[in-house]
Write a protein of this length. Structure first.
Length: 131
């Protein structure tokens, strides 16, 4: 186990800041995905995030819901424990822009890249990565 952790441990730079990352392969990561509401003081965001979390949990083992701290700190925490995907629910998910209703942002741990997609596609992306 120690060898797996040592191999996964990485310090890199993202957005001009140094970060510690455990780059576990998705099928080895203890937490496969984390679901975040963009803001924790907006009940409608939390309700939708819990809905997405429940749907993901039916399909994928070891999923986490987190609404503590700002979104950047949540991403950093998940990077440090090796979570390969973070799914963020924001106002566009709720339909602020009608064409983006029921879409989420999926952030890749290793690259930091973010991609907007439907909730069902986000679930499939995580499942596919697990093999």
């Amino acid at each position: 186990m120690l060898a797996v952790i040592a191999k996964a441990y990485c310090v890199d730079e993202l957005g001009g800041e140094e970060r510690v990352v455990l780059k576990f392969p998705p099928h080895v990561a203890p937490i496969k995905a984390a679901v975040f509401p963009l803001l924790k003081n907006k009940p409608e965001l939390i309700a939708k995030a819990r809905e997405v979390y429940a749907a993901l949990k039916k399909e994928v083992p070891s999923v986490l819901f987190d609404d503590n701290g700002n979104i950047g700190k949540r991403y950093r925490r998940q990077d440090e424990i090796g979570t390969p995907f973070c799914i963020t629910i924001d106002f566009d998910t709720l339909g602020e822009k009608p064409e983006l209703r029921d879409t989420v942002t999926v952030r890749d741990r290793d690259s930091g890249s973010q991609e907007r997609m439907s909730i069902s596609n986000a679930i499939q992306k995580v499942k596919k990565a697990l093999g």
